[in-house]
Design a protein around this ligand. Sequence first.
Ligand SMILES: Cc1cc2nc3c(=O)[nH]c(=O)nc-3n(C[C@H](O)[C@H](O)[C@H](O)COP(=O)(O)OP(=O)(O)OC[C@H]3O[C@@H](n4cnc5c(N)ncnc54)[C@H](O)[C@@H]3O)c2cc1C
Length: 1012
Amino acid sequence: MADSYTIKMPQLSDTMTEGVVVSWEKNIGDKIERGDIVATVETDKAIMDVEVFREGFLSGPQAAVDSTIEVGGAMAFLVASADDVQGADAEAPAGAEDAGSVGKPEIEVAADIDVPEGIAHTIKMPQLSDTMTEGLVVSWEKAVGDKIERGDIVATVETDKAVMDVEVFREGYLSGPITAEDSTIAVGEAMAYLVDNADQVVDTQHSGSGGAAVVEAAASATPAVRKASTPMPAVNSNVTPAPRPDNKQATPYARQLAASLHVNLNTLHGSGPDGVITADDVRHAQPIERPTEIGAQVPAHVMPEIQVPGHGRDMTAMEKAVSHSMSASLTMPTFRVAINAKPGAIIKAAKAQGVSVTVAIAKACAVAMAKHPSINWAYQPVDKIVERDNIDIGMAVSADGGGLVVPVLRHCESRSLEELNESWGDLVGRARKRRLAPEEYANPTFMVSNMGMMGVSYFDAIPTPGTSAILAISAAGPEGMPLTITADHRVVNGAEVGMYLNTLKTAIEQPEDWMGPTGPAIPEGDWDYDVVVIGGGPGGEDCARDLAGHGIKVAMVNDAPFPGGECLWRGCIPSKAWRAAADRVRDRAHDAHLGVMGTNKAKLDWDALEATRRNVLETRGEMALKTDTGVKIDVIQGYALFESDHRIFVDTSTNSDNPHARTPLGDGSDGRHISFGCAVIATGAPPFVPPIPGAAEGVESGGVLTSDTVWGLDGVPKKLAVVGGGAIGVEMAQIFQDFGTKVTLFEAQDRILAEVEPEIAKHLTAILNDDPNLTIMTSTGLSSIKGKPGAMKLGYKDSDGKTHTQTVDYVIMATGKRPLLEPLQLDKAGIETENGVIKADARCRTNVPHIFAVGDVIGGLMLAHTAGQQGRVSAMTILGEDMQYDQDMDSGVIFSRPEAAFVGLSVEQAKAKGIDAVEVKMPMSIDAKAMITNETHGMIKIVADKATQRVIGVHYLADHADTLIGEGVMMVSGKMTLEQVANAIHPHPTQTEMFGEMARRLLSRLRRSKKK
Ligand SMILES: Cc1cc2nc3c(=O)[nH]c(=O)nc-3n(C[C@H](O)[C@H](O)[C@H](O)COP(=O)(O)OP(=O)(O)OC[C@H]3O[C@@H](n4cnc5c(N)ncnc54)[C@H](O)[C@@H]3O)c2cc1C
């Protein structure tokens, strides 16, 4: 039988050393496919399938049902062809791997009791946890003589931790000798029997360990499962099996024998598979000298047991388990570290979210462990550390009727608080009744003991082997709640535990960092306003409107007569008025393409354009003010500065002609003090003028214009220099080129539009350079600016380092924006800044819990809709709702021709975040609508996450991208899959059809590459 494959008894758990064949799911001679289940086996814990990952034909010799096979021993064979198949009782094939374990049924019988004839199966005390060595028969659920079906529960037993069902996976009749209820049986010992026929049933009872001696099977099995080389000694089953050895495995029988013979398993070398200690190893070992009388000499390596006068009662299973586990913990070199934490915030937060405080603290432990993972590791004998990612926290619960049970809350690192709370409720209920399954209390990775709820002012706890630390929580006193960790110094050191405790303290004291808002953020107090919003731009206005809409008393302080901020008065809206005029001029050039003649000599009336622009701004400003006051926002004109973290001064003593001065309006002689519960800073960011020699003087003289002052131009300049290739610079440069100005755009970096997808930005640069009046000069820095308005002279170095000069009418300085923080007196409120912006988190909270900051003043994408969204996020957070700003979903449009636009991530950005991203793109030149209107420049790209096939970014270089972006925004924010986009019915003929087409293409590509 050439090339046979041995189907071996698999090792299905760490503690499994052997398994019983429960059933064969395939017959000898059957064709076996990869992945077929050929048999089921019973391990020390459960019934499991045996899968085969090869093809072949099932062949003998085959282990009989009910036979016990050592882990790694042969159960049967797979052969290549049907002709090679051997019968179940055949000889082991030559050349096959050790087939010595193919066994016949092995039945353990108690030697001195009446054993029924025709035993089909021995019902043994199962080992239901790693620490279980014996169990107490609580009840018989079936009576002797009952017909038993596969899967029936015949009894319940009490382990060291819980009351468990004993299931039987065979058919037969329940037969005695049956162990009496309340008797204690060693793991593996017979509790009762199953016989094939009703007339074989024996109706007798015995009291478990009280007398029965367990013997190994007679060596008649062929080949024998356990080949005992030494005659079997009788084992005293009255004795509790020896504890598991520290650094290896031992068979249950070996442990039983070790206890009887007083052999220390830790000193033995295992000769079984993978070094498992067998009964044979025990038989050959030296017995431990046990002290027989008080005062006898105790060897140093054996723990002396202090004799106590009096008559002790037997420990319960649970007491014994605790005793053994705690004695084992004495091998751990532990130390203690303590810290105090104020529990008020987490108690409030847990109540607000309807979860138990215990679960919230467990989650806080896991949150802190993300930063200090070693607290969750464990020492493994010998000289190994188990580094684990799953955080499974064991927390003690008092069982009804006394004793402690420690259910384990699994995966605290990844499951939500709500999920954990639900699991905990279920676990606690069953733990109290001691009805937990082994996997629900086994192997915690960290433990928490809370005696605080009993008013205990201080205690420490003992970690059990398998964990490296336990947290003891005592009752809160004036200093807070003592948190004490007892830790295993082999795994963690004092500094690590100290740092962990500090992180845990923060997680407990500031639960909103990881739990989200824990209720309205407005502190109790007699404030003039619940919330003061400083700044009336998109950020401030959207925030104030949301708050007012929820009945909050809000003041919005703005240093201008009308709201709208930069966006309305100096940014988005005026620039789009100019862009609209430039579009009309530009589009005339395309008229001839469609045969419309005589319109290509467009002429701009500057005054008419400016009149329209001003009218739009003023109308919208008035509309905004009416809406704000209409929704009951107190709009206050003046410049606000902090006096404390609950008070501002609003300077209303205006001494400036410029209503949009962006600096304190007056000298503080007039104004009012306002107290507030919460404040939202939305003061924007004025244009930044870099320290180029002559630039500041140019701003002073009016020869250098910024986005604040360009609106004062009284006509279209002939020659213009734009400094800065960001969105504002690119828009301004092309608008004026369309108006007929000769424009040079200087950009110090090697590309324009840093926030735009690289390929899109590169193509746009080429298209802009094709505009007749526009030159883009990248990698070119200005070295000097001189002159007066109408005659400005620039010195610059090109990319080769050569110096040049250029004369222009004006310079537009578009070199970014920077918040003006100093006049706000942030230090009076203790507000922190970072790199020139106010530090704020995704909920727009500053470091001061009741002060928020939104929009340009916090940096990031300085865009109006970003500010608006952040304004709404801060309002929701103040109201106690859970909302965050996510830049990965944000979008933007650069109003050039064609327009560049983005939403979500580029492939480059996605990869930097560890996402396996893929893109599909389509040029506008193949689109019918684009061909008709001669708007064929550019492309659209869809970026998707390969794993989830969700759209995570859409990027555009296309005319009308300002409208087309809408669908991209919905795809990304709606987390749509490629399939959903592919199946959406897009109307024809529109450019939106391209989205469906691209999604289908990418799906097809992904399908094909997956096949390969
Ligand atoms: C030319 C140009 C074009 C733009 N185009 C677009 C575009 O097309 N799309 C887009 O999304 N974004 C565009 N932006 C950007 C957009 O204008 C800003 O991102 C947006 O206005 C920021 O909103 P904000 O609420 O943070 O601040 P702002 O709009 O700047 O509002 C802040 C307000 O607070 C006031 N203020 C400041 N300090 C105080 C104080 N201490 N007390 C009282 N009031 C104070 C300011 O005067 C101002 O009214 C453009 C910007 C410019 C310059």
